[in-house]
Write a protein that binds this ligand. Structure first.
Ligand SMILES: Nc1ncnc2c1ncn2[C@@H]1O[C@H](COP(=O)(O)OP(=O)(O)OP(=O)(O)O)[C@@H](O)[C@H]1O
Ligand SMILES: O=C(CO)[C@H](O)[C@H](O)COP(=O)(O)O
Length: 381
């Protein structure tokens, strides 16, 4: 089949009846086939607060390009970088201006824009975009100081994740696609309690205090970047349970800007309609409080957007294929690719709810953005 790029794809169109069959897909892997050359990497940005699932999101995204993303071979074991055959993920914490002691002296948090070295970040991202390699600093989260720099080669796909990818206009303008992971205060609080109380032995009071201490700077310096993002994954408490404050069942909204280049918004049933769908029944097992989808138009920071929403969680992940078969424009390369990816990461946080589901779809869209811009094709075997 000829693709929109005019290249042969390894994937053939399947009959509609086959697409609706509710069976789990076989595992496959991906590799990149070079069809033409575009100089410099495709640059993707992910903005989020720390501890909000960026690592899991990155694993989901990079695996769609094939190969395993690992820290630089033979390098610093505390490196924040992840490299695969096609992708390089840089953590923007490496561009902190001061180390931990320096921030104690300045009295500012790492969230404050004054604590980020945007000049160096701009120079190095620009160099990578021009196909050059850079010696990037490493901020060591274990020791709180900077380690000797690591060499980063210009990759096919450069992913920049961290607190401030879109805060500096010079850097912001270099992105091909911008994502914001927006975890509401209630959910952030619930996750932090789960992790820091259960796994790290922190007290409820100290967790509350650390969240409260970060909040003003988060609101002032991180949150405003939503406005400049192409896709926002918003994570909220469920609306299926009145006054729920446990944060276990989530309502997740994928907010997609209209009119984006290289991005066609996924839709449920009928593009442009407003649809509310409860898929629970014969083909999807749901325990209390069930699952509810919504699809429709909205506005965000005064701009037109399309929203795809899921509230609730899946009981049996393999049955997700039923939901997947009712979605279009998901940029999958074969029937059931979303379900296959969700099964692959079923032990990661968010695998049974909209966070994992929409992160997977955004990963597929990023892969398509890359294919369109770079005029290369990721072939799924
Ligand atoms: N989708 C999710 N559902 C439930 N919990 C989640 C989800 N994503 C993240 N968490 C919680 O947040 C914790 C941090 O996740 P992860 O390490 O992926 O985040 P991060 O943003 O990479 O963190 P950091 O910035 O600290 O490196 C997980 O251990 C889990 O408790
Ligand atoms: O927000 C953060 C990361 O996104 C951290 O607070 C920041 O990087 C400082 O790290 P550390 O607490 O290890 O000194």
């Amino acid at each position: 089949m000829a693709s929109a790029l005019g290249f042969a794809t390894a994937v053939r169109a399947r009959p509609v009846a086959a697409q609706k069959r509710a069976t789990a897909p076989k595992a496959r892997s991906a590799r990149v086939v070079t069809q033409a050359k575009r100089d410099g990497p495709v640059i993707i940005g992910l903005a989020a607060d720390s501890g909000c699932g960026k690592s899991t999101f990155m694993r989901r995204m990079t695996s769609l390009f094939g190969g395993k993303a690992t820290p630089p071979e033979g390098g610093n074991p505390d490196s924040n970088t992840l490299i695969s055959d096609t992708t390089t993920v840089l953590c923007l914490d490496d561009y902190h201006l001061n180390d931990r002691q320096g921030r104690k002296d300045s009295g500012l948090t790492a969230l404050n824009l004054k604590e980020q070295n945007f000049d160096l970040m701009y120079e190095q991202v620009k160099a990578l975009k021009e196909g050059k390699s850079v010696d990037k600093p490493i901020y060591n989260h274990v020791t709180g100081v900077f380690d000797p720099a690591e060499k980063i080669e210009s990759p096919e796909v450069l992913i920049l994740e961290g607190l401030h990818p879109f805060a500096d206009t010079r850097v912001r303008d270099m992105f091909d696609f911008k994502i914001y992971l927006d975890i509401s205060d209630e959910v952030k609080f619930a996750w932090k309690i789960q992790r820091d109380m259960a796994e790290r032995g922190h007290s409820l009071e100290s967790i509350k205090a650390s969240i409260e201490a970060r909040k003003p700077d988060f609101d002032a310096f991180v949150d405003p970047q939503k406005e400049f993002s192409d896709v926002i994954i918003q994570v909220l408490p469920t609306q299926l349970i009145p006054d729920d404050n446990e944060g276990k069942i989530l309502r997740v909204r994928m907010i997609m800007k209209e009119g984006l280049e290289n991005f066609d918004a996924p839709f449920l049933f009928d593009e442009g309609s407003t649809i509310s769908w409860i898929p629970c029944g014969r083909k999807l097992t749901c325990s209390y409080p069930g699952i509810k989808f919504f699809y429709g138009p909205d506005t965000f920071y005064g701009k037109e957007v399309t929203v795809l929403e899921m509230d609730g969680q899946f009981d049996k992940l393999e049955e997700l294929i039923y939901v997947e078969s009712h979605l279009s424009n998901t940029s999958t390369k074969f029937y059931g690719e979303i379900t296959q990816q969700m099964l692959k990461y079923q032990n990661g946080p968010g695998s049974n709810n909209g966070t994992g589901f929409f992160q997977t779809i955004v990963g597929l869209k990023v892969r398509e953005v890359y294919e369109r811009i770079a005029e290369k094709e990721v072939v799924v075997k």
